[in-house]
Design a protein around this ligand. Structure first.
Ligand code: BG6
Ligand code: MG
Length: 215
């Protein structure tokens, strides 16, 4: 019996991955190297500081802790200037209707994101009130693929992992959900999200009951 849906934010509710990519790419370019879109795929679901470490390693650059904090702050500033213009029009297609369908049932809605900007983004797109619980980067110690974020979401709602379904667009996020012992709906490409129970291209036209029968 499914009691809760736990949604990732970036790439599931809103398309912010492109902004993360742009801001990190700008930083890498300033340091004298580039990062590809394929490399960026591996940063999805990974915390800010861990992403920074992966990027610096990729560029063969070693920096002091202070310098790293400075770069991360600057990247976040650039990222915020890109996402601050978001409005309800930036909600990914089909999400609003899917949330409406969920509201007509007893299924609870949770957010499981490692982003420290999650609440701000939900507020700008007008979805903050739709969530029964929000677990974000300020509430966890370990980023995805660790299962902490989804286990906390389930615990806050008072359900066991097998009563929850996770929605994820990132390889690390799918692994996080699976390690939490939950069913995972991948949002994206089956050849990328190989560990998901099922993979959908998106939420457009998605029928809640059809999905529950499929998974
Ligand atoms: C995740 C994104 O949702 O949040 C990652 O997929 C990002 O790319 C992470 O690094 C942390 O985000 P923020 O907003 O705290 O820098
Ligand atoms: Mg994501």
């Amino acid at each position: 019996m499914i009691k809760a849906f736990l949604f990732d934010l970036d790439g599931v509710i809103v398309e912010t991955a492109i902004f993360h990519y742009q801001a990190w790419r700008q930083m890498a370019n300033d340091l004298g190297f580039d990062i590809s879109e394929q490399f960026n795929e591996g940063l999805k679901g990974i915390s800010r500081m861990e992403s920074l470490d992966l990027i610096l390693k990729h560029g063969g650059i070693e920096l002091s802790e202070d310098k790293k904090l400075e770069l991360a702050a600057k990247k976040n500033e650039n990222y915020l200037s890109l996402v601050s213009k978001m409005t309800p029009d930036d909600i990914l297609p089909g999400i609003t209707d899917f949330l409406k369908q969920i509201k007509q049932t007893d299924i609870k809605i949770g957010l499981g994101s490692v982003s420290k900007n999650a609440k701000m983004i939900l507020k700008s797109v007008g979805l903050l009130q739709e969530f029964d619980t929000i677990i974000d980067g300020t509430k966890i110690l370990r980023s995805k693929p660790d299962p902490e974020v989804f286990l906390k979401g389930a615990a806050e709602l008072g359900f066991s992992p097998d009563e929850c379904i996770v929605f994820e667009d990132a390889v690390a996020g799918v692994e996080s959900g699976k390690r939490a012992g939950m069913k995972v709906v991948g949002i994206g490409k089956p050849e990328v999200l190989t560990k998901a129970d099922i993979v959908l291209a998106g939420f457009e036209g998605l029928d809640l009951n059809v999905l529950l029968n499929q998974i």
